[in-house]
Every structure is written in structure tokens, then in C-alpha cells.
Design a binder for this molecule. Structure first.
Ligand code: NAP
Length: 252
């Protein structure tokens, strides 16, 4: 049996990934601060193994404890493959450097970069001991390779995530493991994160009007369209480890 662990499955892209994987008869472990009842009901209806664990990914101790528990449960089931989606992310703080508050800076890096590194490290470690294949998808952003004024912390965390992905992939290739790790840039999607962006101020975020226009002109991608393209790629067995995939290439 295949098992998927999805961070940030309560909303947005993570929710859409979870729903699609359940339809594909893949067991799902959802990790976020709140639980999505629709996912739970869908899993029960489809007779799929599903579990939600509450975790604040900005707190290192919680991340270590919760993911040790998940790894312990899953690896002992001798899974066919483990799919790990490091999807949870935060955009805040949206502000110019010089006016940033300290706490949101640290939370952003913890959720967007440190948690994915800690979790991937733990799962690759357990995979070595049990000979289980682990495929990691790190959800990145176009902001990883394009500077956006007001988003310095977010851009930095996602750039770091891309580099972590590429480096870990080189190591796994050198070790000749069956593990794969990719980054994925999902495009501009109609989720809560875009609401947060639209509620920022033009003083803090120069491109505010452009992002409001994306919504007004219906230019935002639907999370389920993005999730389906990503899951199709991951289940195709054609994943190229170390690659930073872009949704534009998958929807062609
Ligand atoms: N939306 C876009 O246009 C866009 C563009 C490029 C990249 N992305 C990336 O796509 C991914 C998904 O974004 P989205 O748009 O789906 O965002 P979203 O709708 O805001 O959902 C964010 C998810 O992350 C979880 N999360 C946030 N902080 C957390 C914390 N401290 N601990 C645990 N979970 C936390 C939330 O769960 P709880 O609140 O329940 O904890 C929620 O499930 C992110 O990595 C984002 O950077 C999004």
C-alpha cells in the first residue's frame, strides 16, 4: 500500500492533493493546525486509511514529535512507497526590509524551510534503515527565482527550499537509493494565501493592484487543477529527482 503525508492538507492546494490521493486509494496522513472534515468524510466513504495529526510547523519540538510518530506508524506497515508532500506554507510577513517584525520572519522560515528539511531528513533516514522508497515533493513558488518587493522572507524561504531539494537529490543519486525529491512551483492559485496577499497594503507590497486584478479577471488557477497535474506527475513514475517543476509545463 502507498502512504502519503501531506502538510497543510486542511486548505487550498494541500486539501486538493489529499482529496485526489484518497480517490486514488492512497492512505493519507494530514498534518496542520486544523482538521478538514470533508477530507475525513471522503476517506471514510472511500474506505481509505486516513489520519489527521495536529501540528504547528513553526515549532521545531512539535515537528520532531509529530513526525517521529508518523514515521514510526508508517514504516512498520512495510509500505510500497511513501509520498511526502511538504506543502504547508505562509506568505507573511509582507513588508519591506527595515520594517519587518521579528516573530513572523522566524515563523515563515520555520514553516516554509526548516520544517520541510527536518521532515525530509527524518524520512530519508528511516528509508535507509528499511529500504522503503520515499518520494518527496517540496511545494515551492515562482518567488523562489524572482524577487518580489515586500516578499523578501517568502522569496528567501522558497529559494532555500529549491536549493535543499536539488542538493538532497544529488546525494540520493550518489547513494544510489530509490528515493526521489522534487520541488514544485504551483502558479498563482485561488486559495487563502491569495486572500492574505490581497489584504496587504500597497506601502508594504508594490504589486498589490496586479494581484487584485488576477482575482477580478478570474486569472487564478483552481487548486484542484494544480493538484491533479501534480499527482498525475508523481503517480506516473516519471519524476526526475532534483528538478524544480513548474505548473505551466504540466498544464501544456
Ligand atoms: N496560493 C498561491 O498562489 C501560491 C503560489 C505559489 C506557491 N504557493 C505555495 O503553495 C503551498 C500551498 O499554499 P496554499 O495557497 O494552498 O495556502 P493556504 O490556502 O493558505 O493553506 C496553507 C496551509 O498551510 C497550513 N499551515 C500554515 N501555517 C502552518 C503552521 N504553522 N503549522 C501547520 N500548518 C500550517 C495551513 O493549515 P492550518 O491553518 O490548518 O494550520 C493550510 O492548510 C504553499 O507552500 C505556498 O507557499 C501558493
Amino acid at each position: 500500500m502507498k502512504y502519503a503525508i501531506i502538510t497543510g492538507a486542511s486548505k487550498g492546494l494541500g486539501e486538493a492533493i489529499a482529496k485526489r490521493l484518497i480517490q486514488e486509494q492512497i492512505a493519507v496522513v494530514s498534518v496542520s493546525r486544523t482538521e478538514n472534515e470533508e477530507i475525513k468524510s471522503l476517506a471514510i466513504k472511500q474506505g481509505i486509511d486516513y489520519k489527521h495529526l495536529s501540528c504547528n510547523l513553526s515549532l521545531e519540538k512539535e515537528v520532531q514529535e509529530v513526525f517521529m510518530e508518523i514515521a514510526h506508524c508508517i514504516f512498520q506497515k512495510d509500505p510500497e512507497e511513501i509520498l511526502l508532500f511538504n506543502n504547508a506554507g505562509v506568505i507573511d510577513p509582507i513588508q519591506k526590509v527595515g520594517n519587518l517584525d521579528q516573530t513572523p520572519i522566524i515563523s515563515n522560515i520555520q514553516v516554509n524551510l526548516i520544517a520541510p528539511i527536518l521532515i525530509t531528513n527524518l524520512f530519508f533516514n528511516k528509508a535507509q534503515l528499511t529500504n522503503t522508497k520515499v518520494t518527496v515533493v517540496n511545494v515551492s513558488s515562482g518567488a523562489a527565482i524572482r524577487s518580489i518587493e515586500g516578499w523578501s522572507v517568502y522569496c528567501s524561504s522558497k529559494a532555500g527550499l529549491n536549493m535543499f531539494t536539488q542538493t538532497a537529490a544529488l546525494e540520493q543519486a550518489e547513494l544510489e537509493t530509490s528515493n526521489k525529491i522534487i520541488a514544485f512551483s504551483p502558479g498563482v492559485m485561488d486559495t487563502n494565501m491569495q486572500e492574505t496577499i490581497r489584504s496587504s497594503s500597497v506601502e508594504a507590497f508594490k504589486d498589490l493592484e496586479q494581484f487584485k486584478e488576477y482575482k477580478e479577471k478570474n486569472m487564478l488557477l483552481k487548486a484542484d487543477v494544480v493538484a491533479n497535474a501534480l499527482v498525475d506527475l508523481v503517480l506516473s513514475g516519471e519524476v526526475e529527482s532534483g528538478k524544480v517543476y513548474n505548473i505551466k509545463d504540466l498544464l501544456k
